[in-house]
Design a protein around this ligand. Sequence first.
Ligand SMILES: Cc1cc2nc3c(=O)[nH]c(=O)nc-3n(C[C@H](O)[C@H](O)[C@H](O)COP(=O)(O)OP(=O)(O)OC[C@H]3O[C@@H](n4cnc5c(N)ncnc54)[C@H](O)[C@@H]3O)c2cc1C
Ligand SMILES: NC(=O)c1ccc[n+]([C@@H]2O[C@H](COP(=O)([O-])OP(=O)(O)OC[C@H]3O[C@@H](n4cnc5c(N)ncnc54)[C@H](O)[C@@H]3O)[C@@H](O)[C@H]2O)c1
Length: 443
Amino acid sequence: MRAAKGGLRVAMVEDQPQVGGSCTHLGTIPSKAFRHQVRQLVRHRRNPLLQGVTDLPDVGWPQLLSRVSDVIGAQVQVRSGFYFRNRVQVFNGRGSIAGEGRVRVNDTHDREWLLETRHILLATGSRPYHPADVDFSHPRVYDSDTILSMQHTPRNIIIYGAGVIGCEYASIFTGLGMRVDLVNSREHLLDFLDAEISDALSYHLREQGATIRHGEEYVAVEPDEEGVTLVLASGKRLRADALLWSNGRSGNSQNLGLETVGLEPNGRGQLQVDERYQTQVPNIFAVGDLIGWPSLASASYDQGRFCAGMLCGDPVRQVANVPTGIYTIPGISSLGPTEHELTEARIPYEVGQAFFKNLARAQITGERTGMLKLLFHRDTLELLGIHCFGYQATEIVHVGQAIMSQPAPHNTLEYFVNTTFNYPTMAEAYRVAAINGLNRLRR
Ligand SMILES: Cc1cc2nc3c(=O)[nH]c(=O)nc-3n(C[C@H](O)[C@H](O)[C@H](O)COP(=O)(O)OP(=O)(O)OC[C@H]3O[C@@H](n4cnc5c(N)ncnc54)[C@H](O)[C@@H]3O)c2cc1C
Ligand SMILES: NC(=O)c1ccc[n+]([C@@H]2O[C@H](COP(=O)([O-])OP(=O)(O)OC[C@H]3O[C@@H](n4cnc5c(N)ncnc54)[C@H](O)[C@@H]3O)[C@@H](O)[C@H]2O)c1
């Protein structure tokens, strides 16, 4: 859209019958739509006013799927409209580079097109990583793509890989009443997070019915007609109705014709780019999951927009300071370094905390679990890090982000003390945390 608005003629090549990418069809959108439905169910079940008033039928995976499809359909409709209005021609077919300035498209009607162009922007995304010794064609073994077409509701499920996908699906499955075994190859859940928040996540997942096993590696996945057994290097054998494999992703660089221009992806299928998102070949650019970290929809959209803007004459801009937004139940969001990282860097910081259980808005909504933690410089009061856990965490973080991105002296904790916020709101947590932090300095 940015390139079209900047006056370039744009063709979009998409392998799937509908636009939106894996983000819309397989990743972000379906998982967030599932999560929302499950949260509604859990809240409904807990609401004392509804006890005995409405009979909640048992909701299973297939029923949730149909609601998720509605959201995907709505997203596709909006996105298709953008292409149409901006006169971006969409070629439905598989694209590959056919030498510099050329893209071959093999469309769904067995036709071949050869497009000539000045710039090629690769945004082919990623797919779940499949080790060769796991049989993903077996109906008991799923990845984050195939779980979307699971036609039954398992009573219990093993999740192998406790990264972001594993933790988010653990929340969804436990919310639906499944017994979950979450197998983590590391010693802590999501160890890039603030340690208190990682501990809180473990506590809540366990409380919701997950068994978390840290420091485990698989040896074999043995599916059969009745279920699946996961054999671990520690000698344990876990058994469940189904297994979700969520242990990493690989860039979609296969069969892309990269060899025709001398490009070679790394071992995870990703391409290296410079600060302009240009690959080692002039006029061939790459963005999104195909270039690896941070591999988020949030960042990918902006990388694409910034790269296209640059092709239209905008200054070079890089996506940086991307917040973390994890949609577990409760959710998590953070921006900036953790306490551990600040200590390692010998930066004198102080902490200001607000616990949601004390906020009027959280008491009204019944969402009392969670906290906001602000890390700030002891001398300058500059906001250094925001770490949030609980209801609306992924929204709340953006209030602090707006202040944190201000140049000195405007990035200051005092903003939250001197500014009147709506009441009662979750954003009020910033005032509470800021006052808490300033009080600690005065001790
Ligand atoms: C389960 C899950 C949950 C996620 N949740 C979040 C979240 O909450 N927030 C967040 O920010 N990120 C989330 N992500 C990550 C996010 O989905 C990705 O970072 C994002 O989709 C990357 O966008 P992209 O445009 O690079 O690629 P994709 O969205 O993967 O799209 C790539 C498109 O290219 C097409 N394609 C590939 N090869 C070809 C070819 N040769 N010819 C034509 N077309 C081709 C594919 O069909 C696909 O449609 C999640 C991911 C997963 C798997
Ligand atoms: N809310 C969100 O932001 C959100 C939600 C879901 C997914 N995501 C994105 O999805 C991805 C998470 O994937 P995940 O949870 O499956 O795992 P992960 O990326 O956390 O990786 C799990 C483990 O697999 C290893 N690994 C990763 N890719 C590999 C590969 N190609 N080959 C071999 N080993 C590999 C990693 O080193 C890691 O130890 C991330 O890119 C994340 O940004 C984001």
